[in-house]
Design a protein around this ligand. Structure first.
Ligand code: HSE
Length: 433
């Protein structure tokens, strides 16, 4: 039998993930060739930072600072984009697809903002576009949503999609650490990025949620409509009080059906302490999916890091190489048809937890509950926590029944103006999962 020619790969970006993928492609070349049906040859690596032009086992001639030597190289079959960020990554991907290259990317921002356009471009050019590593690192998610779960109407996705924040929240909950101390520890251990703003602000998880929502609900999600809020307002006291009510606090990415629309939001949430997601600690990610046929499915694993991400990127490469070798089409089959139908955050209905500092004197609760009543917010329970006799203030925690976010926001404005309320220290949405 004629020996199959190698499938040639060009890599864009030699950062932590890029060098992890390149290193694993070399180290596992024999087994990967068997899986792919032919050798996988890393032909060219484009990286603008020339200090990164080195990897044991790769010749110096493989490295270039010019992406065009990858994207326009007629020898290259598959372009791996591991540059990250929106530009120039999205531009290079478009050029590669138009130039007939299959593309594998780990880029959540690009796929969240341009996914449908890029998938259409790949389809028009009869090439593959795979992005398994863009959500949940090494946890298989994209492929299960595109294949194994397609018979389902997805009802909801509840997910911990950011390891850095899950680590921080775990330390705040279990070790009573302040947010800033827990963040410093995450940075020291190398979990948080040097600039962790996208992680702690919820943006990283929002990109990933937009991708999963698009797949799960077959929808061209307009990323601008995905609501996100970070974790920096949380205080160790919130974790203590939540635990007294039987809840844990997690930064959840939630997508669920709401009539004809879909809720898509990322924010801290009180969830029952006995739920599976409440038990996901440290840097781990977990994705809980509810489908009409399959019921509940939980994916759990490492959502970041060069090894876990290599697992997903290399699986995508092998899939494309198998199709090339079998002369099968690699073009994406499913491109979301429905335009975005994301429900505005102000239209959601959920339960709320409030922590407030109030004057410790008669009639204060009556004033607060009157405002809540005027906004159709029904109080489920109130607990008075610490009081400070020197300032005659007290801290109270209120749990509500389901209420409208719009009304809650209006009530917050009125309560903040009550002379007896020093501050609303925090309010957190509650989910009964
Ligand atoms: N910074 C992300 C996290 C990993 O902490 O989970 C990359 O998406």
């Amino acid at each position: 039998m004629q020996k199959k020619r190698a499938v040639n790969i060009g890599l864009l970006g030699m950062g932590t993930i890029g060098s992890g993928v390149a290193g694993n492609l070399l180290a596992k070349s024999k087994t990967l060739a068997r899986q792919a049906g032919s050798p996988l040859s890393l032909k060219m690596v484009a990286e603008t930072d020339t200090s990164k032009h080195a990897l044991p086992g790769l010749q110096q001639s493989v490295f270039t600072a010019d992406y065009r030597q990858v994207v326009y190289n007629s020898d290259i079959d598959i372009v791996i984009e591991l540059i990250g960020g929106e530009h120039p990554a999205v531009d290079y991907i478009k050029e590669a697809l138009k130039n007939g290259k299959h593309v594998v990317t780990a880029n959540k921002e690009v796929m969240a903002k341009h996914g449908t356009e890029l998938l259409s471009l790949a389809q028009q050019n009869h090439v593959g576009l795979r992005f398994e590593a863009s959500v949940g690192g090494g946890i298989p998610l994209i492929s299960p949503f595109q294949r194994d779960l397609v018979a389902n109407d997805i009802q909801a996705i509840y997910a911990i999609l950011n390891g850095t924040t899950n680590y921080i929240l775990t330390r705040m909950a279990h070790d009573n650490l302040d947010f800033n101390v827990a963040l410093k520890q995450a940075q020291k251990l190398g979990y948080a990025e040097a600039n962790p703003a996208n992680d702690i602000g919820g943006l990283d998880a929002a990109y990933k949620l937009a991708i999963l929502t698009s797949l799960g609900f077959d929808m061209d999600v307009n990323f601008e409509e995905v609501f996100y809020e970070g974790i920096s307002r949380l205080n160790p006291r919130d974790f203590r009080y939540a635990s007294e009510f039987g809840y844990a606090i997690k930064l959840l990415a939630i997508a669920k059906r709401s009539g004809k629309l879909v809720e898509a939001r990322v924010h801290p949430v009180l969830i029952p302490a006995e739920s599976l997601l409440a038990k996901v600690d440290g840097v781990y990610n977990a994705i809980y999916v509810i489908g009409d046929l399959v019921g509940n499915v939980l994916f759990y694993g490492q959502g970041a890091g060069p090894s876990a991400t290599s697992s997903a990127v290399i699986a995508d490469i092998i899939n494309i190489a198998q199709n090339i070798n079998a002369r099968r089409d690699n073009a994406p089959r499913f491109i979301p048809e429905k335009t975005s139908g994301i429900q505005s955050i102000s239209d959601i209905q959920t339960r709320y937890y409030f922590r407030m500092e109030i004057l410790d004197q008669p009639g204060v609760l009556a004033q607060i509950s009157a405002v809540m009543g005027n906004h159709m917010i029904s109080i489920a329970s109130v607990i008075q926590k610490e009081s400070d006799p020197s300032t005659r203030t007290a801290e109270i925690v209120i749990m509500t029944h389901p209420a409208s976010e719009n009304e809650v926001q209006k009530a917050i404005k009125v309560i903040n103006k009550l002379g007896v309320v020093k501050e609303i220290s925090n309010f957190i949405r509650v989910e009964a999962i």
